[in-house]
Design a protein around this ligand. Structure first.
Ligand SMILES: Nc1ncnc2c1ncn2[C@@H]1O[C@H](COP(=O)(O)OP(=O)(O)OP(=O)(O)O)[C@@H](O)[C@H]1O
Ligand SMILES: [Mg+2]
Length: 500
């Protein structure tokens, strides 16, 4: 059988860097083909070429046996290629339906009703719950991802590219997505699937191709390989995750949250009467299905959104009414759930992003002007320490691959040596080698006395890193436990709002 898609000798360079180097990839009709590789290996670049976002320097795209020219995403969609990007392509101020109209190039007045209808159809059919009238900026990251998936499915497509679609989904939502993928495959649609999660790849892929340093280095049928072998092909060594336990005495409450209530324009009582505390040398994991008040809680703790009531105490001092700026001037770090919107200014250079908290301080300024040399050497230090794949601090932040962006945000926040750190999905989008290293850094930070709130939709991450675990459901902390006391199944039940 001829493949439906054949990418032949695709090459693209960005300055001195060859992001895709003679890459070849075949995708068969109705199969899910996983593309795997370390951060910066060239996966998104290759898919962006197929979707018409980037133009290759050389190479061919052969679709259904015919060479095609794809100059822009509209050409790709017309040929039956849809894409869910690694980073959202939604307009925050518009509603779900408006975003979909915009992306599918329709005339708003005529199609508003029809589009809403189609969104509801797709939501019901695939269990992708989303309100067509909701404004995108009010949706959680997980909900926004659902909108992206609906957008890609909106036009019927032959090849659907999913660039790390599960990075922001809960395991349950990922399972739902896999059902969709299987349905799509059964209907003859091929799926190009990028993920760093080996278990997902082993569950959903028919075939797998590994990219390394911009080259396609290895391909296999899923049936002929296993997770360990995949990791070895990607990273070149076995991966060992550190376990978290330490015997430190936790005698100080670093953060206390008392009866916190938060409402937003979109969600009344998003956080309800929430109380918990985190001690020195402690990782407090918050388990919960995305959208149960975790985002609102974090934003309210940092005064990014107002609190209805309640109290926040940091090292014995009431910071309930402090501004965000005042909070960040304390030794508080934040790895945000949405790195691009909350963590960085992506059109700025890397060195500007690594020093933007304290560029006015002596660390980076002298005699009232910024000392560029200090900024550069600091960003170079972080790049090295966290093994970020970047040409240097002078690169624009948005030119980093997704995982390398995440590594840099984590590096900046950890290097502040915070007394209290909020780590929301710290390993989101990073490859397994870097996940191992970020986890080690978090544990190290904890062992040096830091109190850490760890928010993750990955229960495995929560279980292996946390000293205590709180389970959030509908804005409340409905259970508190430790990894030793509770099983993954029990926590899963709490996350679904079920009492034991
Ligand atoms: N517009 C650009 N300008 C300069 N360099 C770029 C640009 N886009 C991508 N790159 C570089 O090309 C390389 C490949 O990036 P790409 O985004 O394809 O990686 P990836 O495999 O998708 O990684 P990740 O798993 O982190 O998402 C990276 O080194 C990245 O910095
Ligand atoms: Mg990528």
């Amino acid at each position: 059988m001829d493949p439906i898609l054949r990418l032949k000798n695709i090459t693209i360079k960005f300055g001195a860097l060859t992001a895709n180097d003679n890459v070849c990839l075949d995708i068969n009709k109705g199969e899910t083909h996983a593309i795997l590789g370390e951060n910066g290996a060239g996966k998104s670049t290759l898919m962006n070429i197929l979707y018409g976002v980037l133009k290759p320097d050389s190479g061919q795209i052969i679709l259904d046996g015919q060479e095609v020219n794809i100059h822009r995403p509209r050409d790709a969609r017309a040929l039956g290629v849809g894409m869910v990007h690694q980073h959202f392509m939604l307009v925050p101020a518009l509603t779900v339906v408006e975003n979909i109209i915009l992306a599918t190039c329709q005339t708003p007045l005529i199609n508003m009703k029809k589009t809403s209808q189609r969104i509801r159809e797709l939501s019901t059919k695939f269990g992708l719950e989303v309100d067509p009238a909701a404004v995108v900026k009010d949706l959680s990251v997980g909900q926004q991802q659902r909108v992206e998936i609906i957008k890609a499915l909106y036009d019927s497509c032959k090849i659907l590219i999913l660039d790390e679609p599960t990075a922001v989904l809960t395991p349950q939502e990922a399972k739902e997505l896999f059902k969709i993928i299987r349905q799509l495959n059964a209907a003859g649609t091929s799926v190009a699937f990028i993920s760093h999660k080996m278990n997902e790849i082993m569950e959903i892929a028919d075939r797998i191709t590994v990219l390394r340093g911009g080259k396609s280095v290895w391909s296999a049928r899923k049936a002929d390989t296993n997770e360990k072998e995949l990791a070895r092909h990607m990273v070149g060594r076995d991966i060992v995750f550190t376990s978290s336990e330490n015997g430190a005495i936790r005698d100080k409450k670093i953060l206390e949250v008392k009866n916190l209530c938060v409402s937003t324009a979109y969600k009344k009582n998003a956080v309800k009467d929430l109380s918990f505390s985190v001690c020195n040398n402690e990782i407090y994991g918050i388990a919960g299905v995305d959208g149960n008040g975790q985002s609102e809680m974090v934003k309210a703790l940092l005064s990014i959104i107002p609190k209805d009531s309640g109290q926040v105490i940091f090292c014995g001092k009431d910071i309930t009414h402090d501004s965000t700026k005042e909070i960040f001037s304390k030794t508080i770090g934040h790895i945000p759930e949405d790195r691009l919107n909350m963590g960085v200014i992506s059109r700025f250079f890397i060195f500007e992003n690594t020093s933007f908290y304290n560029y006015r301080t002596d660390e980076f300024s002298s005699r009232n002007s910024i000392d560029w040399k200090k900024e550069h050497s600091y960003s170079d230090k972080l790049i090295q320490k966290f093994n970020v794949k970047a040409s240097g601090g002078k690169a624009v932040f948005s030119t980093l691959s997704g995982g390398n962006q995440q590594k840099l945000v984590v590096a900046r926040e950890l290097d502040k040596k915070p007394r209290f750190l909020i780590a929301a999905h710290p390993t989101r989008g990073v490859d397994i080698g870097a996940t191992e290293s970020i986890r080690k850094h978090l544990i190290q930070q904890r062992d040096q006395g830091c109190a850490i709130i760890l928010i993750s939709t990955e229960l495995e991450e929560i279980m292996s890193l946390s000293d205590r675990i709180g389970v959030m459901y509908e804005g409340k902390m409905i259970a508190e436990t430790t990894p030793k006391e509770a099983s993954i199944e029990q926590i899963g039940l709490w996350m679904a709002g079920k009492e034991s």
